[in-house]
Write a protein that binds this ligand. Structure first.
Ligand code: NAD
Length: 243
């Protein structure tokens, strides 16, 4: 079992799915967690499951809001020593129907917030003796799923961002890695999962079983733990063996 006692772990997109499972996983491992999301109701549901979780309502597409949120969370719980940049939106928009505003919004939520928040917490993380950043990518861009060009751009960009962070922050004791999940059965999609979908997933994967949010949370905890102390700049695919 992992031990994150007395660590301040920040998880974005923690109102549901992978982010909620990750926040709860770190809290169960002893961390003080800042759970960040736009969805206040969902955040309250996450916080209700553990007394070690504090919530921060924030629109991560707004850099001023990110700055204010990071300042408030650090003041409340001390320097962030693990940051999981997980919030994301996978809106399908045909490429030539897309407005410039939609494109910029997709990149703000799915890529920019990871860079902005990493930059805001890195000085405190370094001063506290180091830490770990985990960014959520996806296998979608590796598999060429349709009408997701902005999403692909952001999720591939996360791999480049992660490698840059690893190079620039490593000498100050900060590791940066990414996780690329395959098809994860979160609560949001659980009700829509048909027998055909399950059969198709099992046929595509080497390991014929459903991927749970906790599978991604476990990988994030391993990457953030001392067990991965020499792992940095990597993108770990957690997809049951599709790509
Ligand atoms: P989800 O929709 O259940 O959770 C995403 C969370 O991000 C939500 O709580 C949402 O409110 C929050 N969010 C969205 N926009 C926001 C904003 N502007 N400001 C603050 N919060 C915002 O999604 P999930 O399936 O748990 O996915 C989590 C991450 O994993 C995403 O980055 C997603 O791209 C990635 N991912 C998911 C899968 C999958 O199959 N579920 C596969 C590959 C990658």
């Amino acid at each position: 079992a992992f031990d994150f006692s007395n660590r301040h772990v920040m998880v974005t997109g923690a109102a549901s799915g992978i982010g909620r499972a990750t926040a709860l996983g770190f809290a169960a491992a002893g961390a003080r967690v800042s759970a960040v999301d736009l969805n206040a109701e969902g955040l309250a549901g996450t916080a209700a499951a553990s007394d070690r979780i504090e919530t921060q309502v924030c629109d991560l597409a707004d850099s001023e809001a990110i700055r204010a949120m990071a300042g408030a969370a650090i003041e409340a719980q001390g320097p962030v020593t693990v940051l999981v940049n997980n919030a994301g939106v996978d809106r399908r928009i045909p490429f030539d129907d897309q407005t410039e505003a939609q494109w910029r919004w997709m990149l703000s939520v799915n890529l920019d917030h990871h860079a902005i928040l990493s930059g805001l917490v890195a000085p405190g993380m370094a001063a506290a003796g180091g830490g770990a950043i985990v960014n959520l990518s996806s296998t979608a861009w590796m598999k060429l799923a349709g009408n997701l060009t902005a999403y692909h751009t952001a999720k591939a960009g996360i791999v480049g961002l992660t490698r840059g962070l690893a190079r620039d922050l490593g000498p100050r004791g900060i590791r940066a890695n990414a996780i690329a999940p395959g098809r994860v059965v979160t609560d949001r999609v659980a009700g829509q999962v048909s027998e055909d979908w399950v059969a198709e997933s099992h046929a595509l994967q080497c390991i014929p079983d459903l991927i749970r949010p906790s599978d991604i949370a476990d990988c994030a905890m391993w990457l953030a733990s001392d067990a991965a102390r020499m792992v940095t700049g990597q993108c770990i695919v957690v997809d049951g063996g599709v790509v």
